[in-house]
Design a protein around this ligand. Sequence first.
Ligand code: AKB
Length: 312
Amino acid sequence: MQKSILILGACGQIGTELTFALREKYGSEQVIASDIREGNENLMNSGPFELLDATNYDAIEDVVMHYEIEEVYLMAAMLSATAEKFPMRAWNLNMNSLFNILNLAKEKKISKVFWPSSIAVFGPNTPTENTPQHTIMEPSTVYGISKQSGERWCSYYFEKYGVDVRSIRYPGLISYKTLPGGGTTDYAVEIYHKALADKKYTCFLKEDTKLPMMFMDDAIKATMHIMETEVASLKIRSSYNLAAMSFTPAEISKSIQEHIPDFEIDYQPDFRQAIADSWPSSIDDTKANKDWGWKANFDLGRTTAEMLKNLK
Ligand code: AKB
């Protein structure tokens, strides 16, 4: 019998594509999508869906028991920009949802957990170029604090209770199927939509703000890969650094101009600039490469070509 999988936050930017990819691999009926609200039509028609609040332990436990769930992907979270506006709501969602899943695993009601961390775990005192796996981590954002705390808890539950939790520090993610919401790296998705619709974009970050980014296909590949990796190969139970490319708004704009020569960009930095300034410019992911063979496929040129082709 195939294993049953539950995705919490299945209607978000990562959750939507992860749901499709897992359904493709394990079968539609084996993958239960859930979220606090319904998702797009394609997602809702692609297999079983449950309305579920990730902060409600009892409700999650009911679904886990009903479908005999073995693996949970916890993708529900409040991202960096929104979390600065609602610090307590962000803390409650990001931490309570994680405790719910870690405790279900501790009670042996599920056997494997995926939890996403982020480059936001790093802070202004972290070395910005080629940021190592192990380095100074003093996040200055609510989201970053919640992700760093989450990493410590994942590691603790693994060491103390043997919980098989696996995690990746995602960079900014670029996709065309679902819009991101409330992140600082969201500009790198919006810009493609605006380039096609208006041939111009006003960026909320400065032109030379370099951030680590990744095309969604690579992020999904990494997520599924780490979950399939043999236990013995996984040496890090906080979260793995993961990299694909790094670029500035000026560089992504140039890459768009290769397809749309009259595309224009201007800059009106807002409060998200301070968040971006506290994050690394590029990431050293050699540990993920060594432990489970991680390697990205998409660079900026290929990402731009895919985004423009599919959004058209
Ligand atoms: C955000 O911008 O908040 C996220 C992230 C880098 O985790 N995309």
